[in-house]
Design a protein around this ligand. Structure first.
Ligand code: TMP
Length: 216
């Protein structure tokens, strides 16, 4: 990657893993290191993407087909990449995204059973060569995450309404993806107290930043 291009960092995790708190810690750590990021999320990140998010997470179309679901995810992503992610990276700005294509492999792939080769075709088409430089995965046992998420209150969205087995497949997919590519993925044990998780995130990012910025 050229010296002038921004870096693309993604945070992922199963439900109730503490993603919102972790996003704030990562944003602050990057800012303090001199790389204040554009902070965004998927599905979403653009007006059209946020409208698609409502279709995906709301219950109005609860019975949408698996193919429709994955195409909506990638439709939102296409818009997001073209309108926000690529322009920022090309301008040298770093991008911090709450979920990206690993979530598609985990939820639509492992969760729903969409074949991986089909997701890879869409990934290559929609993203070209764009891949995250770093993916931080917050990991908690499924039961624990679901308990935490339910304590948060509010009505469960269309994904949160899935059965525990669905989330077990999602978690296993994240673990497998992290294990397969240790250069780009970091697995964070998010079952520990919030302050410990924050400290781990700062340490992991600090180390990654040293290597990433030395490489220039
Ligand atoms: P969250 O960002 O609040 O966790 O909610 C987003 C939901 O959307 C979450 O349940 C995971 C799901 N999702 C997918 O199923 N596929 C995707 O590609 C992305 C980005 C999210």
């Amino acid at each position: 990657m050229s010296r002038d291009r921004g870096r693309f960092i993604v945070l992922e995790g199963v439900e109730g893993a503490g993603k919102s708190t972790a996003m704030a810690v990562v944003e602050e750590t990057l800012g303090a290191a001199g790389f204040p990021p554009v902070v965004t999320r998927e599905p979403g990140g653009t007006p059209l993407g946020e409208a698609i998010r409502e279709l995906l997470l709301g219950h109005r179309h609860a019975e949408m087909s698996d193919a429709t679901e994955v195409l909506l995810v990638f439709a939102a992503r296409a818009e997001h990449i073209e309108k926000r992610i690529r322009p920022a990276l090309e301008a040298g700005t770093w991008v911090l995204c709450d979920r990206f294509t690993d979530a598609t492999y985990a939820y639509q792939g492992a969760g729903r059973g969409m074949p991986e080769h089909r997701l890879a075709t869409l990934e290559n088409w929609v993203q070209g060569d764009l891949r995250p430089d770093l993916v931080l995965i917050l990991d908690v046992p499924v039961r624990e995450g679901l308990d935490r998420a339910s304590r948060r209150g509010g009505a469960p969205d269309r994904f949160e309404s899935q059965r525990e087995e669905f989330f077990q497949r999602v978690r296993n997919a994240y673990l497998a993806r992290a294990a397969a590519d240790s250069a780009r993925y970091r697995l964070i044990d998010a079952s520990r107290p919030v302050e410990d998780v924050a400290a781990t995130l700062r340490a992991v990012l600090g180390e990654w930043l040293r290597d990433a910025t030395d490489a220039n």
